[in-house]
Ligand binder design. Structure first.
Ligand SMILES: [Zn+2]
Length: 308
């Protein structure tokens, strides 16, 4: 037991040293200006905060401080468009304790959460009808936990991500979260052509106001959602491309040890991150919203607060 403890401390120590090690200057590709969007009146979004956690900043990105804490959120993004209502990710759901018990014991301390408030209850309280579809940024447990709480919603993923679900296992994919009738799955292709430097995209409503973009690496079929609001403000929900905004603005990789466990292909994820950083350079007013960045989301506000 003592040997294992010493080994664990050595491993963590080495990871922290590597975390602070100077990295080569990244090559950021030049971004292009975002195309115009025809955002319809009534398009709006609200962040539904379903749980949170605290960790050390050092655990969230390479170069982060060992002495600062960082807030982690688990959110669902509720989007209302005149043509339909959907969730981007589902947050933690009513069955999460049971689901969590299927995660190996060694991983649980790193994934602990608190202040659970599943989206389904919050929507009911706010008198908001259930969404017609849930589009997953990716299929990791903390994004797919509440699929069972909305049994009538279609579950949107790319074929690559569906394959990842079918072959995945704990701690990242929890098969119990996907035990629903197969007709709920809706597999889509990013078939609307290139968009702002991305080779593929899917324009969800045909008006450019809600566009899915490929951000592979964290998982094979990870996507981001670019929302363009009637106000002209634009929000890019980037899932787990980075765990906080500093990851994109830095740019910084994730904490090395964590990245090895959760990023299926860290180098592909890094490439996608640099592309988003280039897009931000070309569109400095773009709001980058990582799925877990509490500080960024606190500034936006939560349901019943809407952004339009
Ligand atoms: Zn996540």
């Amino acid at each position: 037991m003592r040997k294992i403890l010493v080994l664990l401390i050595l491993l963590l120590g080495a990871a922290f040293v590597w975390n602070r090690w100077p990295q080569p200057v990244p090559q950021i590709p030049a971004g292009v200006a975002l195309p115009q969007a025809n955002a319809p009146a009534g398009l709006r979004f609200s962040l539904v905060k379903t749980a949170d956690a605290k960790t050390l900043e050092a655990f969230t990105y390479a170069g982060g401080s060992l002495f600062k804490t960082a807030g982690i959120n688990h959110i669902a993004v509720l989007v209302e468009h005149p043509q339909g209502r959907f969730l981007f990710d589902s947050g933690l759901g009513t069955e999460v304790e049971k689901q969590f018990a299927t995660i190996p014991f060694w991983a649980r301390p790193f994934l602990a959460f608190q202040n659970l408030r599943p989206a389904v209850g919050q929507l009911e309280t706010a008198n908001i009808a259930a969404p017609e579809r849930i589009i997953l940024s990716h299929a990791h447990w903390d994004h797919a936990s509440a699929l069972g709480d909305f049994p009538n919603a279609q579950v949107w993923v790319t074929p690559e991500e569906k394959h990842f679900v079918d072959t995945g296992h704990p701690p990242v994919v929890l098969p119990t979260q996907f035990e629903f009738p197969p007709e709920r799955w809706h597999l889509y292709e990013l078939s609307s052509g290139p968009y702002a430097g991305f080779d593929r995209s899917l324009d969800l409503f045909g008006d450019g106001s809600a566009v899915l973009l490929p951000l592979p690496g964290h998982t094979p079929g990870s996507v981001g959602l670019l929302l363009s609001l009637p106000s002209g403000e634009r929000y890019f929900f980037v899932g787990d491309l980075a765990w906080n905004q500093a990851g994109v603005t830095g740019p910084h990789r994730k904490f090395s040890l964590a990245s090895k466990i959760v990023d299926l292909d860290p180098d592909t994820n890094w490439k996608a991150l640099l592309q988003v950083r280039g897009l931000l350079d070309a569109n400095p007013k773009l709001h980058i919203v990582p799925a877990h960045d509490e500080a960024v989301q606190d500034a936006i506000g939560y349901l019943p607060n809407w952004v339009q």
